[in-house]
Design a protein around this ligand. Structure first.
Ligand code: KIV
Ligand code: ZN
Length: 452
């Protein structure tokens, strides 16, 4: 099967979603999770955009060594140099340059001619290539660009040294057949295209980002740009989990493989929701809380007789926690560590010990420790640790303020006593209210009738 490169842009395009900005620590934590998930490329940020973004790219480049780390740059020397500076410590750096090519962008946004655009693209790629072997070029708004001109630009950047050519449907305007046809045209008309990787980058304004990306793959694209939970500008980008699972569930239609470890999809989705405090929509394919829920009696009956009646993939295959594993006072460290991992948290022994100690205190008071309680407990422990890490250069503020260390489990215990089912757990007098998105998840997770 042909191998598809998964280019994750959650930390760059994803972060451009309203309300989804992340600070340096949060980006680093998510980058480590993306590494665990097995993505091939992490677009870590847009270094010229802010000092925080520069630092995030720099720190991710220095500590996440397996995947390629990409930094975004406009097609000008200053941007390219700044991206390259941020990528200095990377084991496998990539400079990603973009420049709009559609007439509407050239005329109203950039106020340059097609000839100037062509020259600027060529020049920026040439300069990037003098610094870094791995250079990607994106003609922004490619799907609304005159096709002959698009071919000319793509040919020019390949000649200048680009190794990946990305074809963005920047405004989410294209239709699947049309997008597939565009990729096919580029393959037929552009000299040198067979020496580079063609990439898709589709936005979801008409809900077609995944369909368009898959159409592109069918016509020869071998890299897909996507994000966890499909976050991104406006309606978002193609959802990583949907792309990966579409290929895995339907190899008969999509005989392509990725090296994504699908059992980490759910925890990655949860981690992102927790960091950004943007909950996953309940009916979100693959990672929404209803994705494996069966409500209708006929469906429940079928599921109990044979899960294949209504399930095209198992919850386990995407890492949805097994609802049979109940956390209570008799649970051990192993079960606790596993559930933490499924919620997107990996701990060193010492931290796990502290979480376990507090967990036992809580479990002694209530019968069953829900995920919402556990997440709050984790937050209590890790916010104490995180507040000791210097984040002074970050321009963004922390979303979770440290919680008073003298009160071991105030909110979790209160919430448990109230049999909390709510995403909003009030603190005791004088303390702020802490909102945890994952608490939106059904408390008993009995939605997951799988195997129960
Ligand atoms: O949507 C877009 O065109 C982009 C480019 C910067 C690749 O995000
Ligand atoms: Zn985009």
């Amino acid at each position: 099967m042909d191998r598809i490169t998964i280019f994750d842009t959650t930390l760059r395009d994803g972060e451009q979603s309203p309300g989804c900005s992340m600070n340096v620590q949060e980006k680093l934590r998510l980058a480590q999770q993306l590494d665990r998930l097995g993505v091939d490329v992490i677009e870590a940020g847009f270094p010229i955009a802010s000092d925080g973004d520069f630092e995030a790219v720099q720190r991710i480049a220095a500590s996440v060594r397996r995947p390629i780390i990409a930094g975004l740059a406009r097609a000008c020397k200053g941007d390219v140099d700044r991206a390259w500076e941020a990528l200095q410590g990377a084991a496998r750096p990539r400079i990603h340059i973009f420049l709009a090519t559609s007439d509407i962008h050239l005329k109203y946004k950039l106020r340059i001619t097609r000839e100037q655009c062509l020259e600027q693209a060529r020049e920026a790629v040439r300069h990037a290539k003098s610094l870094c072997a791995d250079v990607e070029f994106s003609p922004e708004d490619a799907t609304r660009t005159d096709v002959a001109f698009l071919c000319q630009v793509v040919e020019a950047v390949i000649a200048a040294g680009a190794t990946t050519v990305n074809i963005p449907d920047t405004v989410g305007y294209t239709m699947p057949e049309e997008y597939g046809q565009l990729i096919r045209t580029l393959r037929e008309k552009v000299a040198g295209i067979d020496k580079v990787t063609i990439s898709t980058h589709c936005h979801n304004d008409l809900g077609l980002a995944v369909a368009n990306s898959l159409a592109g793959v069918q016509q020869g694209a071998r890299q897909v740009e996507c994000t966890i939970n499909g976050i991104g500008e406006r309606a978002g980008n193609a959802s990583l989990e949907e792309i990966v699972m579409a290929m895995r569930v339907r190899p008969d239609r999509y005989p392509y493989e990725t090296v994504v470890a699908s059992e980490h999809l759910f925890s990655s989705s949860q981690m992102l929701a927790e960091i950004t405090r943007v909950p996953v929509q309940p009916n979100k394919a693959i990672t929404g809380r209803n994705a494996f829920a069966h409500e209708a009696g006929i469906h429940q009956d079928g599921m109990l007789k044979n899960p294949l009646t209504y399930e095209i993939m198992t919850p386990q295959s995407v890492g949805v926690p097994d609802s049979r594993l109940v956390l209570g006072k008799h649970s051990g460290r192993h079960a606790l560590a596993l559930r933490c991992e499924q919620l997107g948290h990996q701990f060193e022994r010492r931290e796990l010990d502290e979480i376990y100690r507090r967990f036992v205190v809580l479990a002694d008071r209530i019968k069953r420790v829900q995920d919402s309680h556990l997440l709050e407990l984790i937050q209590d422990v890790t916010s104490g640790a995180a507040s000791q890490v210097s984040d002074a250069t970050s321009s963004q503020t922390k979303k979770f303020p440290p919680i008073g260390a003298t009160m071991p489990l105030p909110r979790a215990a209160a919430a448990a006593a109230n049999d909390s089912h709510s995403a909003h757990i009030s603190g005791s007098a004088g303390q702020s209210t802490l909102s945890i998105p994952f608490a939106d998840h059904h408390s008993d997770q009995e939605d997951y009738l799988w195997g129960v």
